[in-house]
Ligand binder design. Sequence first.
Ligand code: SF4
Ligand code: SF4
Length: 103
Amino acid sequence: MKREKKKITVFELSVENIVEAGTAVDFHTGSWRSERPVWNKEKCINCLLCWISCPDNSIRIVLGENKITTVAGINYSHCKGCGICAKECPHKIKAIVMEQEKK
Ligand code: SF4
Ligand code: SF4
């Protein structure tokens, strides 16, 4: 016998599993990684393509004395290892490469 599924609206969904806004910083999603991006400061030309591409805002930047924004490293607590930064880094420069995550 085929059972009819009752359709519900979004307003009828349970609210028990909705988390507070602004808590993403508390979740250290870097533990999900199987590969990690490794940044080479010497090769980097500070084009910031990696920074604008990172979906987790894990490329650290700093504002220098001359008011020029530069890459300062990678936030491994939140980097999930998707590799987008390494793909976006210009091919001739390759200042970010993905490496196997160490245990
Ligand atoms: S690997 Fe993905 S999450 Fe990690 S810094 Fe690069 S773009 Fe961001
Ligand atoms: S994309 Fe590559 S060269 Fe550009 S800022 Fe990022 S690491 Fe540096």
